[in-house]
Design a protein around this ligand. Structure first.
Ligand code: BGC
Length: 453
């Protein structure tokens, strides 16, 4: 059935929202875990007397874990199911929260954070993928974007927890990490109440269970049609990774990997991870608390703009949002670079441009890239394909965050922002010229687009 004819359900069916919300709790842990280190690292350095290199290891151990977690998750979930691996990741989240709160030395801390990274990496692949596989097409964009909503909520919570615990004395940092155990355990328990992905079930020959799940999502009549469509699509898939390198699919993979890398090298995490440092060291007359306060503002705009994205992504479609976002970000990066040519750079000007940059990212590239990644690969290899794209994303994230300060030294901070601006333009072109619109189509229809290509 062509997408335009898929009828919208007469009244709101809350089931897919509920199931997606459970999966999206992992986004909360994702956001919290990547952002909590910003505040904690100051205290950790004092407690363990860390050198510069040791500080980088302490801060980077989570991100390295993300690369491995994302790499393993796809393959494991194609084999053992999406839900089972999500449950396993919930256990890792909880173990890491406690482990990072209780270490006696740097080594123990690094191991605990690496384990947390495995969980973040795995969840970053599986939550969007699982949500896409259980969602009806009319609201799939919104439901996958829900995961981004929880990521930005996690980031904001981490900033707030850090700020409030920064008054709690030298052991306050331990509570910063321990705080994540609560949502991790809640996530673990809630996962027992959600179903396995219907697409994975069909692929494994468990059609009647899949029918039960789809009936709750889309109604009994539509569910039967969907099962048929899923079966037809799967029949055309070889299920081997070689399939991804066949002509049409090769294009899907190339676009997925490009979008993933560009989401990072357009530079948003320099602001999110180094916001306070930039303000403290590069903008004149800033106290530490003013710099941290500016960060909370940034987290808030990120949060609010994501709500807008959630609301409109299924109406406007993915392409217009991504293009708007990349275009405005390019202008902001250009302006940010220019603002740093003024000496000293005016604080309000820098903050306003950063807020606009964040708003533009959060309304498009932030949720949009994850949505497209969860939609464009065929069912039998979706897990593995999404792993490849997500691993690229995390490697780009590590590369960006590890090079920002030295890049700013080598080509000036203005040069660094202009370089990120250039990548925004590349992002715009790749979406405009190569990325298909996936709004309102079933995953099976999207798959057909590539086979025709
Ligand atoms: C990105 C993260 C980023 C976050 C910020 C996500 O979509 O993948 O790297 O930190 O958005 O909101």
């Amino acid at each position: 059935m062509p997408s335009a004819q898929i009828p919208a359900p007469a009244r709101t069916n809350w089931y897919p929202y509920l199931v997606s919300t459970v999966a999206a709790v992992s986004g909360l842990l994702f956001g919290f875990d990547i952002a909590v280190i910003n505040g904690a690292i100051i205290f950790l350095r004092q407690q363990f007397g860390l050198s510069e290199v040791q500080t980088e290891i302490a801060a980077g151990s989570l991100l390295i874990g993300c690369v491995f977690g994302a790499a393993a998750a796809g393959w494991l979930s194609d084999r053992y199911g999406r839900r089972r691996i999500l449950i396993f990741s919930a256990l890792l989240f909880a173990a890491s929260a406690l482990g990072a709160a209780l270490p006696r030395n740097l080594d123990e801390f690094v191991v605990a954070r690496f384990i947390g990274g495995l969980a973040v990496g795995a969840a970053s692949v599986l939550a969007p993928l699982y949500i896409a596989e259980v969602s009806p097409p009319q609201i799939r964009g919104r439901l996958v974007a829900l995961n981004q909503m929880t990521i930005v909520t996690g980031i904001l919570l981490a900033y707030l927890v850090n700020w409030s615990l920064s008054f709690a004395g030298p052991s306050g940092w331990r509570w910063m990490f321990a705080a994540a155990a609560v949502p991790a355990i809640a996530f673990f328990i809630a996962l027992f109440f959600v179903p396995e992905s219907p697409r994975w079930l069909v692929e494994r020959g468990m059609e009647s269970v899949a029918l039960g799940v789809l009936s709750r999502v889309s109604g009994a009549a539509r569910a039967r049609e969907e099962i048929q469509e899923i079966k037809e699509a799967i029949a055309q898939e070889s299920g081997t990774l070689a399939e991804l390198f066949q002509p049409g699919m090769r294009r899907a993979l190339a676009i997925g990997v490009a979008l993933a890398i560009l989401q990072q090298i357009t530079g948003i995490n320099t602001v999110l991870f180094y916001g306070s440092v930039i303000f403290k060291e590069r903008v004149g007359g800033q106290t530490e608390s003013a710099a941290i306060g500016a960060n909370v503002f940034i987290g808030l705009v990120n949060f609010l703009a994501t709500i807008v994205a959630l609301w409109i992504i299924d109406r406007t479609g993915r392409r217009p949002l991504l293009m708007f976002s990349a275009g405005v970000m390019a202008v902001c990066q250009l302006a940010l670079g220019a603002a740093f040519l003024i000496q000293p750079p005016p604080a309000m000007l820098v903050l306003s441009i950063m807020l606009a940059l964040l708003g533009a990212f959060a309304v498009g590239l932030g949720p949009g890239v994850w949505v497209v990644l969860s939609e464009i690969f065929p069912t039998r290899v979706r897990g593995r394909a999404m792993s490849i794209a997500t691993v690229s994303l995390w490697i780009a994230c590590v590369a960006l965050t590890m090079t920002f300060l030295s890049l700013a030294k080598a080509i000036t901070i203005s040069g660094a922002f202009w370089l990120y601006g250039f990548w925004c333009v590349v992002m715009y072109v790749i979406v405009w010229r190569f990325t298909p619109e996936t709004k309102g189509k079933t995953l099976e229809e999207i798959e057909k687009l590539w086979r025709r290509a």
